[in-house]
Write a protein that binds this ligand. Structure first.
Ligand code: UTP
Length: 294
C-alpha cells in the first residue's frame, strides 16, 4: 500500500523575467487567465487531487499570493452589504477550512531544485506533489495532478508528467529517456536538463507536475549548480534514478506554457472561449477579426 499524498509544493519564487515589466512588482503567478490568477488554477487542481497541505515557496515580491488565499474581511463585508451573494461565495470558497496554506521564503532564486528543497522542513520524508503554476493544464474531467496520483497509487513509484515536444524545443525542458510499460506510462531510464536536440534522449519533456519521494531532498542537498547556474530538480532526479525507479506519464489534457507570452495568450483565448459568460460574445468578436472562424 502506498501512503496517500496530501502535501503539494508550489514553487513560486522565480523572477519571471520573461514577463517583465509586468512582473516587476507583482508575481507572474498572479497574472489572470480571464478572471482567475494562475496560482488559483493550480490550487484548484491540487484540491481536486485531494491535497490537504498547500506549501508555497515564495520570495519577497510575492506577498499578494498569500493575500489572495487569505480572508479579506473588508471585501466580504462590502459584498454582503451590497447583496452580491455569488461574488461573496467566489471570494470566500477558494481554500476550504480543512486545507492549510503554508508559506516558506526562498531567500534567493537559486533554481527550481533549491525552491523544492525549501519545503523539506514541512514535507519531511513523505512522498509529495509539486505543481508549477505557470504550466496551466486543462485536464478536462480529471485534472493532471489527479491523473498522476492515480498512477502513483497503482504503481507505488514517483511519477513525472511528460508530453511530446518538437525536437527543436528539447533545449527548453528536462527531457527523459524511457522504456514503455503500458498505456501512457513508461519507466524513466535517463533525464537531462535542457539538452540540445542532437543530445536529447527523446522528445518527451517533463512539464510542471511531479510526484516525488521524500528521499529527493537528500539528493537536492547534494546537487551542485547545473544548467543556468541554478540548482536543478532534474539533476537531483537523475541521481535518484541510480537507486530508485521513477515513472513518466503522458497526461491527458492540454498544457499552456503561461511562463511565456505566447502560451499565456493562447490560454487566455481558449479559456475565454470556454467561459460560461464570455464564450458567445468572445466568439463573435473573434469572428469579426477572422471571418472564417466557425
Ligand atoms: P522558470 O524557469 O519559469 O523561471 O521557473 P522564472 O523565474 O519563474 O521565469 P523566467 O524564466 O525568469 O521568465 C519554473 C518554476 O520554478 C519556480 C518559478 O517560480 C516557476 O514556478 N522557481 C524558479 C522558484 O521558485 N525559485 C527559483 O529559484 C527558480
Amino acid at each position: 500500500m502506498t501512503q496517500s499524498i496530501r502535501k503539494v509544493v508550489f514553487p513560486v519564487a522565480g523572477l519571471g523575467t520573461r514577463f517583465l515589466p509586468a512582473t516587476k512588482a507583482s508575481p507572474k503567478e498572479m497574472l489572470p487567465v480571464v478572471d482567475k490568477p494562475l496560482i488559483q488554477y493550480a490550487v484548484e487542481e491540487a484540491l481536486d487531487a485531494g491535497m490537504k497541505q498547500l506549501i508555497f515557496i515564495t520570495s519577497v515580491s510575492k506577498r499578494s499570493i498569500a493575500d489572495h488565499f487569505d480572508k479579506n474581511a473588508e471585501l466580504e463585508a462590502e459584498l454582503e452589504q451590497r447583496g452580491k451573494k455569488a461574488l461573496l461565495e467566489t471570494v470566500q470558497k477558494i481554500v476550504p477550512d480543512n486545507v492549510s496554506c503554508i508559506y516558506i521564503r526562498q531567500p534567493e532564486p537559486l533554481g527550481l531544485g533549491h525552491a523544492v528543497l525549501c519545503a523539506k522542513p514541512v514535507v519531511g520524508d513523505e512522498s509529495f506533489a509539486v505543481i508549477l503554476p505557470d504550466d496551466l493544464i486543462n485536464g478536462g474531467e480529471k485534472g493532471c495532478l489527479k491523473q498522476l496520483i492515480g498512477v502513483n497509487e497503482q504503481q507505488g513509484f514517483g511519477v513525472l508528467a511528460v508530453e511530446k515536444v518538437v525536437k527543436e524545443e528539447t533545449n527548453q525542458y528536462g527531457i527523459i529517456g524511457s522504456n514503455p510499460l503500458f498505456d501512457r506510462v513508461s519507466k524513466i531510464s535517463d533525464i537531462v536538463e535542457k539538452p540540445a536536440p542532437e543530445d536529447a534522449p527523446s522528445n518527451l519533456a517533463v512539464v510542471g507536475r511531479y510526484v516525488l519521494p521524500g528521499k529527493i531532498f537528500h539528493f537536492l542537498e547534494n546537487t551542485p549548480r547545473g544548467a543556468g547556474d541554478e540548482i536543478q530538480l532534474t539533476d537531483a532526479i537523475a541521481t535518484l534514478l541510480q537507486s530508485d525507479s521513477m515513472l513518466a506519464y503522458e497526461f491527458k489534457g492540454k498544457r499552456y506554457d503561461c511562463g511565456s507570452k505566447l502560451g499565456y495568450l493562447q490560454a487566455t483565448v481558449e479559456y475565454a472561449l470556454e467561459h460560461e459568460e464570455l464564450s458567445d460574445g468572445f466568439k463573435r468578436y473573434l469572428q469579426t477579426l477572422c471571418p472564417t472562424l466557425s
